[in-house]
Design a protein around this ligand. Structure first.
Ligand code: BG6
Length: 508
């Protein structure tokens, strides 16, 4: 067998890009007992360790209020890795990781706890040789950002001690443009802009990155990727789940702020952007921001910005309750659980092409996809009766599940007559590759440790996205959302929105 990088038998020797390991460093997670850390961050750290992608000298340092010892935190982390990791749980990997796990107990306004954090990091210099490198992951509610950032500033933790210091901020990045600006200013006061990593986990998804490959590694698609050939674009992020146990957060947020402002607008930017001059953070951000600046809302928001709220219904054979009956939701809440909007992109490439975005909870199934619908052939040399089952050519990038790409086009139906009907050509990641797809957080945590900001939106993108969302929220502020049955594809008004344009939503 060919020697494997770092001696790790799990590392695929064909993968020449992997050997770049991060510097020895500490990943400090604030709010480490929370849902995100437990379900996503700790399992992702374990998976990285299992894949041999963490450097010797890596330390996971948890910070939270519980009065735990290192050992108790190690137990918690083990459980979370056992339940949530993507790769096989191996005792050998675990033992190695467990010896590099530390815990600091305290609340965010507790000066002594932050002083303990400083001394723990200092100890790690000699025990693990982290060389002053530390990333601070704020896995905490935005309301706690100011106090934690102040503590980081007070204790000098943001200043490099011969190594690097970075901060990772989770969405929501503010509540509107004004609060996003305040938040950005606050973070930028403590850390340099290049040291701030804003996580939009959709950018960490393999299939989202595949958009770059699809568009820019092939000759096939780019020539037709414009208003001359494209009729319209639909970006869908549908979820079958409801709001789970996040009532407080969700009711104050709603679908547009929760995912339209970030995940869906990022997908739009990647779909519409020009080719970057190279693959680097700056060059990609430059192209994305140009698109976000060119995005316009329709004049007629009444008909082209639809929001909805689910009522009780049936999903997968089970009766589910309506939003207003969810625990801890006020009975008169007008928060939307569904949002759909038609956007324009005012560039030469996209002038006149509508981008329809929609997202919703309690829809029939979980699916995220980008569907590019092409214009019909300008002339069909067949009898009209022979093409009744011929639609538009369509390219569908399936972000999840069944990750892959489908191309829909017309084909002759076998037989003596010349009948043309739509068929589909499928590419599935699961069939074409033996490697399973890494979780978004594996990629993003690794990139933070490597200092690669390519997949992280910068503050200009965040602010520009709020510039698009704010007028929608204002428009919706005083009205009632439309209602839709749980298990349906959303309110009838959203169907009418497309019908008004002579189109219909894809049924993914
Ligand atoms: C989060 C939203 O950003 O994305 C959630 O806050 C949503 O409401 C989640 O459920 C969906 O993520 P994924 O990766 O499961 O599609």
């Amino acid at each position: 067998m060919a020697p494997t990088a770092g001696g790790n038998p799990l590392r695929d020797p064909r993968d020449r890009r992997l050997p770049r390991l991060p510097d020895p460093s500490a990943l400090v997670v604030f709010g480490v007992t929370g849902d995100l850390a437990q379900k996503k961050l700790i399992p992702a750290v374990y998976d990285l360790a299992n894949r041999g992608l963490l450097p010797p000298g890596f330390v996971l340092l948890g910070f939270a209020r519980r009065e735990w010892s290192d050992e108790q935190f190690v137990e918690f982390a083990r459980e979370s890795a056992e339940h949530g990791a993507r790769t096989t749980f191996r005792e050998e990997t675990w033992d190695r990781l467990a010896s590099s796990i530390r815990f600091v107990s305290g609340s965010f306004d507790d000066d002594a706890a932050f002083d303990r954090l400083v001394s723990t990091l200092a100890e790690l210099e000699s025990s693990h040789g982290i060389r002053g490198n530390a990333a601070f992951y704020l896995s905490i509610p935005p309301s706690a950002f100011p106090v934690v950032l102040k503590q980081i500033e007070r204790t000098g933790l943001a200043r490099e001690q011969g190594g690097w210091r970075r901060v990772v901020v989770e969405k929501p990045f503010g509540h509107d443009l004004r609060s996003a600006r305040e938040l950005n200013a606050l973070v930028d006061e403590v850390f340099g802009q290049a040291d701030v990593f804003r996580i939009d986990h959709y950018l960490g998804k393999e299939t989202v990155q595949n958009l770059f490959a699809l568009r820019f590694a092939n000759t096939l698609f780019e020539p037709i990727w414009n208003s001359q050939f494209v009729d319209s674009v639909q970006i869908t992020m549908a979820e079958d789940v409801g709001i789970g146990s996040r009532a407080g957060f969700y009711d104050a947020t709603g679908a547009a702020r929760d995912v339209l402002q970030n995940h869906l607008l990022q997908l739009l930017a990647l779909t519409a952007m020009e080719e970057p001059v190279s693959f680097g953070a700056e060059t990609i951000r430059t192209e994305k921001i140009k698109i976000l600046r060119a995005v316009t809302l329709p004049d007629d928001l009444e008909h082209y910005a639809i929001r909805g709220q689910y009522e009780q219904g049936w999903l997968a054979g089970e009766r589910v309750r309506g939003y207003l009956d969810e625990e801890n939701i006020p009975p008169d809440s007008t928060t939307e659980t569904y949002a759909a909007v038609r956007l324009g992109v005012q560039t030469r490439r996209w002038a006149g092409v509508p981008f329809y975005l929609r997202t919703g909870k309690r829809l029939p199934r979980r699916v995220t996809e980008i569907a590019i619908t092409f214009k019909q052939a300008p002339h069909l040399p067949f009898d009209a009766t022979d093409t009744t089952e011929l639609g538009h050519n369509q390219l569908v990038v399936r972000v999840q599940p069944d990750e892959g790409v489908t191309l829909k086009f017309g084909s002759k139906v076998p037989g003596t007559a010349m009948e043309v009907r739509d068929v589909a050509m499928e590419f599935l990641f699961g069939e074409a590759f033996t490697e399973s797809l890494p979780e978004a957080y594996e990629r993003l945590i690794l990139d933070v440790l490597l200092g690669d900001a390519m997949l992280f939106p910068d503050n200009a993108e965040v602010e520009e996205s709020w510039r698009i969302i704010d007028p929608l929220e204002e428009f919706w502020a005083n009205g009632q959302p439309h209602r839709y049955r749980a298990g349906s594809w959303g309110p009838a008004a959203a169907d009418e929105m497309l019908a008004r344009d002579g189109r219909h939503w894809r049924r993914p």
